[in-house]
Design a protein around this ligand. Structure first.
Ligand code: ADP
Ligand code: MG
Length: 313
């Protein structure tokens, strides 16, 4: 038995002249939290919509649970939970009734459904709001309702498309924890985002997407060793002359060095003794320094090196 939950091969989707998804390949393995990381407009939602047969595509093939995915694949769809980028709930139904409606699309047994709906409410922490209409909920609570509607039927595969956009930090953390909890309970997760911090936080494997192309994939660690960017070192220094800064820029493996707000920031390429060389330089030239911080490369550095542009918007 293959443990592939999803296999996308050579997917192409055009909108007129625009190639939104460009020969995109992706395997998703059972039990993983797969992060689809790319800037706005990179083709994440289009890929998800093709995957779910919500959108026709021009080329390629898609298999879910080892079977070709089709609009009529009802049994497959029943095993998938989708949390869409735009909150999709009924304005005239209460929190409880919205979740009950979406769960009822797949779970016909009333007793079973009742239990599942209560579990979903509890899971996202909406117990105090079950009788509320969506318009009475804050942005964060509304996002949680959107999630509860997508997962109440306890699907094996859960796809969340930018579920934390415009959410306050507290709700955001709860949402991320919820996702990890769903994964622990056995669900395979696809998580799309343009926030590299979130992807770093929860994803076991990451696919970097830009202009509809799968540019790189691997664990965070694998992606970071693919690039030539090494650590960034930040050092508190009261005063540093332009001359010293220039010379630091010319030290071995230095990509860039800046001095701002009494902090020297040096970005290195991967290499040995980077920190030692820098501290030796400062010591040899009687530059007095304070705290020294070292930061490992981020997924943003990976994205920058591969595409030549920043991931942040
Ligand atoms: P993401 O989800 O990564 O932000 P999308 O999949 O929404 O990206 O969009 C990919 C590209 O396709 C963008 O350039 C976007 O403007 C374009 N696009 C998305 N939906 C449509 C549509 N219905 N008609 C025309 N162009 C679209
Ligand atoms: Mg999108």
């Amino acid at each position: 038995m293959s443990n592939k939950v999803i296999q996308i091969k050579n997917l192409v989707k055009r909108y007129g002249d625009l190639v939104a998804v460009d020969h995109f390949n992706l395997d998703v393995r059972e039990g993983e939290v797969l992060g689809l990381l790319g800037p706005n407009g990179s083709g994440k939602t289009t890929t998800i919509n093709c995957l779910l047969s919500l959108l026709k595509y021009d080329r390629g093939s898609i298999e879910i649970f080892g079977k070709p995915m089709k609009p009529s694949a009802y049994a497959t769809k029943a095993q998938i939970g989708i949390v869409s980028q735009n909150v999709a709930v009924f304005d005239e139904l209460t929190v409880h009734d919205n979740i009950d409606y979406f769960c009822g699309l797949y779970i016909k047994d009333r007793e079973k459904r009742k239990k599942m709906v209560l579990e979903a409410i509890d899971f996202v922490g909406l117990n105090d709001f079950v009788k509320f209409l969506p318009k009475k909920l804050s942005g964060g609570l509304l996002r949680r309702l959107n999630i509860a509607c997508g997962i109440a039927h306890q699907p094996k595969l859960i796809i969340l498309d930018e579920p934390t956009v415009a959410v306050d930090p507290q709700s955001r953390n709860q949402i991320l924890e919820n996702i990890l909890e769903l994964n622990k309970k056995g669900a395979t997760i696809i998580y799309t985002s343009h926030y590299m911090e979130e992807v770093e936080q929860i994803c076991s494997r990451v696919v970097i997407i830009d202009k509809g192309k799968n540019l790189a994939e691997g664990s965070k660690e694998e992606l970071k060793t693919m690039i030539k960017t090494g650590e960034t070192i930040k050092i508190d220094i009261l005063d540093l002359s332009k001359e010293h800064l220039n010379r630091i820029q010319n030290l071995e493996n230095v990509n860039a060095a800046t001095f701002k707000n009494k902090i020297l920031e040096v970005k290195f390429r991967i290499g040995n003794h980077n920190l030692t060389n820098l501290l030796n330089y400062l010591g040899d030239h009687q530059v007095v320094y304070g705290r020294v911080l070292s930061e490992l490369p981020t997924l943003n550095d990976v994205f920058l090196e591969i595409t030549g542009k920043e991931l942040r918007d």
